[in-house]
Design a binder for this molecule. Structure first.
Ligand SMILES: *[C@@H]1O[C@H](CO)[C@@H](O)[C@H](O)[C@H]1NC(C)=O
Ligand SMILES: *[C@@H]1O[C@H](CO)[C@@H](O)[C@H](O)[C@H]1NC(C)=O
Ligand SMILES: *[C@@H]1O[C@H](CO)[C@@H](O)[C@H](O)[C@H]1NC(C)=O
Ligand SMILES: *[C@@H]1O[C@H](CO)[C@@H](O)[C@H](O)[C@H]1NC(C)=O
Ligand SMILES: *[C@@H]1O[C@H](CO)[C@@H](O)[C@H](O)[C@H]1NC(C)=O
Ligand SMILES: *[C@@H]1O[C@H](CO)[C@@H](O)[C@H](O)[C@H]1NC(C)=O
Ligand SMILES: *[C@@H]1O[C@H](CO)[C@@H](O)[C@H](O)[C@H]1NC(C)=O
Ligand SMILES: *[C@@H]1O[C@H](CO)[C@@H](O)[C@H](O)[C@H]1NC(C)=O
Ligand SMILES: *[C@@H]1O[C@H](CO)[C@@H](O)[C@H](O)[C@H]1NC(C)=O
Ligand SMILES: *[C@@H]1O[C@H](CO)[C@@H](O)[C@H](O)[C@H]1NC(C)=O
Ligand SMILES: *[C@@H]1O[C@H](CO)[C@@H](O)[C@H](O)[C@H]1NC(C)=O
Ligand SMILES: *[C@@H]1O[C@H](CO)[C@@H](O)[C@H](O)[C@H]1NC(C)=O
Length: 542
């Protein structure tokens, strides 16, 4: 008994001294941390950095905390967060319109409340996320006003009453919204969290747009009045969607893709909010994107296109410098053009209508941006840059750590404009805007390797059956290494007398008219041919 007691005593004694030698310094250290309260200003684990987030094991701690809370009756995620860790010291309310009550208390409040550093990190991220929701909301409200102003405006920059392809508008609106949500991806480089965040946003907004049955009313071309109401509906549906999304996110709800706020904040995605865009930046982006996509849909019904030519001179001057986009990767330079018809079998390259207006201080969309966005879309998918592809590209841009950057690119971002591109290779058929020195001016006469893309380009650029193109190209190619007859334009050159008559010199025409008078029979046939050709050409004449 005694021996046993003794052994036990010795054991206890040693155990205790063991315990002292092991535990005391640890306790002491923990105690000293609490005493040095102002430490959190400088201590690395309390900083608004991704490394602090990771060092504090914030993801795991937050997940087990929220799992515990949410298994019982509970308030919203943000209310619980404020209550539990900063101890009622501030009224912590987040949501759309609640930016003033969604601010983080100082880290010392957490220290005094013996709350762990991870709860402070989590609060910082929630505050940034909430600010972003609000900036997105405000930015879209303000951007929406300029969109409607464009619609309401007289649109003097269009030469005839504009008809918009609303189907395109709806499709691109979804794409645009995806782009908006991709914004934070470009500044934080956190694919996992951002992917969850963006997917949830796209799902929510798409859902809201669907319930407003926007897509069902969009099968035909519409005029300004319909476009105006469309713009208003899209705007309000979008805002409603963002509000719902923000509300359910900040409540801690699980989204339809089975993610919640902790998935969005994963690995410190929002912990440093320094570079998140503010409402002014969102507004500019929204405005540029939605106007661009609208005008792009309109321009795609005209002979408006881009020409590429190989050169390693980034200061190439063969085309209009305002629209120049040089790409070292593509090894050449792109220019934007509108083929302007001046009469039958006569025309020149000029600037598209409204270019100066877009380039002005209202929208700030430059010709170079238009060229760049179209060029990139062409390189990615030739003439078929459709919505599903665009969607895929945005998601790729997110998971590629911002290698493609919608926000920094603005209107120049791939696919914002999708005007057809003719890659003329080593041939240079560029011209300054308004150069009318020759009858036909310059033309896109051969596109792609061995001219194999020409027919597809001609169709995309609304030039199929356009006789001016083939007549002009026959002349241009006469001086080159290319054989005009071997190029497939998708239609044939029409060399009938009645048409080419217009290209004759005066003496020739006088002779023909005399022939008409002298030989009534010939005259009758000639006149019939002439008027029938006029009818065909009139279709293209603008
Ligand atoms: C947040 O990020 C910005 C830009 O990357 C950086 O300049 C800043 O120092 C960061 N803030 C903190 C607290 O690390
Ligand atoms: C779960 O919550 C209860 C009180 O609501 C708390 O006492 C307990 O420590 C929590 N458990 C964990 C693992 O956080
Ligand atoms: C934290 O506690 C210290 C010491 O009691 C006090 O001086 C300080 O004001 C407190 N800070 C906050 C934010 O409550
Ligand atoms: C555009 O017109 C609609 C209806 O005509 C009007 O309700 C709206 O306020 C106008 N918006 C702007 C920005 O002028
Ligand atoms: C939007 O919703 C429609 C109908 O539910 C669906 O077919 C489409 O794929 C959705 N688009 C996106 C981008 O989620
Ligand atoms: C946000 O959610 C709460 C609770 O889920 C609800 O009471 C409130 O009406 C919602 N607000 C909006 C604007 O949807
Ligand atoms: C979290 O971020 C760090 C630093 O950027 C990175 O090294 C790590 O792979 C990320 N973890 C996950 C699971 O994404
Ligand atoms: C938004 O950010 C830009 C550039 O960073 C700045 O010029 C502008 O004043 C900011 N606007 C607001 C409302 O904070
Ligand atoms: C530009 O390209 C030509 C041939 O296309 C080549 O001879 C020349 O070396 C290149 N110049 C530069 C600076 O790369
Ligand atoms: C969309 O474009 C991609 C890439 O060009 C193509 O693979 C896909 O078939 C197209 N989808 C539709 C529905 O046209
Ligand atoms: C106009 O084009 C012709 C050839 O088509 C060219 O010789 C001339 O230099 C151009 N003029 C200007 C001002 O660019
Ligand atoms: C272009 O034509 C050349 C010569 O006929 C041929 O060798 C080459 O394979 C063609 N390239 C393509 C992409 O068709």
């Amino acid at each position: 008994m005694r021996v046993q007691f003794l052994i036990r005593g010795v054991y206890l004694l040693f155990g205790c001294s063991f315990c002292l030698s092991e535990e005391f310094p640890r306790n002491f250290k923990r105690h000293s941390e609490l005493v040095k309260r102002d430490d959190c200003q400088t201590a690395p684990e309390w900083q608004a950095t991704q490394s602090a987030w990771i060092a504090d094991d914030t993801d795991a701690n937050a997940a087990s905390w929220w799992q515990n809370i949410s298994s019982k009756p509970h308030g919203s995620f943000t209310n619980e967060l404020g209550e539990v860790f900063s101890g009622h010291l501030s009224r912590f309310e987040c949501g759309i319109g609640a930016q003033s009550t969604c601010t983080s208390p100082a880290c010392s409040v957490y220290e005094n409340n013996t709350s762990p550093a991870w709860s402070y990190e989590l609060t910082l991220a929630v505050v940034n996320l909430n600010k972003f929701f609000n900036d997105l909301y405000t930015g879209i409200i303000n951007g929406q006003a300029s969109y409607q102003a464009l619609v309401n405006g007289t649109m003097v920059f269009f030469p005839r009453k504009p008809l918009f392809v609303l189907g395109d508008a709806a499709v691109w609106t979804i794409t645009l919204l995806t782009a908006l949500f991709a914004i934070p991806a470009t500044v934080v480089n956190e694919p996992a969290g951002i992917n969850a965040f963006v997917s949830a946003g796209v799902y929510q907004i798409n859902n809201t747009l669907q319930t407003h049955t926007i897509t069902s009313q969009l099968k035909q071309n519409r005029g300004l009045a319909e476009l105006s109401s469309f713009a208003a509906t899209v705007g309000s549906a979008t805002l409603g969607g963002i509000e719902l999304w923000a509300n359910s996110t900040l409540s801690g709800d699980t989204d339809p893709l089975k993610k919640n706020i902790l998935d969005y904040l994963y690995n410190g995605t929002f912990v440093n909010g320094t570079n998140l865009p503010n409402s002014t930046e969102v507004e500019l982006f929204y405005k540029q994107q939605i106007i661009s996509r609208e005008i792009n849909a309109q321009w795609r019904t005209w002979k408006i296109f881009v020409m590429f030519h190989k050169t390693n001179n980034s200061d190439d001057t063969s085309g209009p410098s305002e629209s120049r986009y040089y790409s070292a990767a593509d090894g050449g330079v792109y220019y934007l053009y509108f083929y302007h018809e001046d009469g039958i079998l006569r025309g020149h390259l000029d600037k598209p209508w409204g270019l100066d207006f877009l380039n002005g201080n209202v929208y700030g969309i430059t010709a170079a941006d238009i060229t760049k966005a179209s060029a990139r879309a062409f390189r990615a998918a030739k003439f078929n840059y459709n919505q599903s592809f665009a969607q895929e590209r945005i998601m790729t841009s997110i998971s590629s750590n911002g290698a493609l950057n919608p926000f920094a690119d603005g209107a120049g971002w791939e696919g914002t404009w999708t005007l057809p591109v003719c890659d003329t290779g080593i041939h240079n058929w560029n011209s300054q805007y308004g150069n009318k020195t020759t009858r036909y001016g310059m033309l896109p006469c051969c596109c792609g390797v061995n001219c194999t893309d020409t027919a597809a380009f001609v169709k995309a650029a609304n030039m199929k059956y356009f006789q001016t193109l083939v007549h002009g190209c026959r002349g241009l190619l006469g001086h080159s290494d290319l054989n005009f007859k071997k190029i497939d334009y998708g239609y044939a050159l029409d060399d009938q007398l009645a048409l080419v008559y217009h290209t004759w010199p005066i003496a020739g025409r006088v002779f023909l008219i005399l022939a008409f008078i002298i030989l009534p029979f010939v005259g009758w046939i000639g006149r019939a041919m002439f008027w029938s050709e006029m009818g065909k050409q009139g279709f293209h004449y603008r």
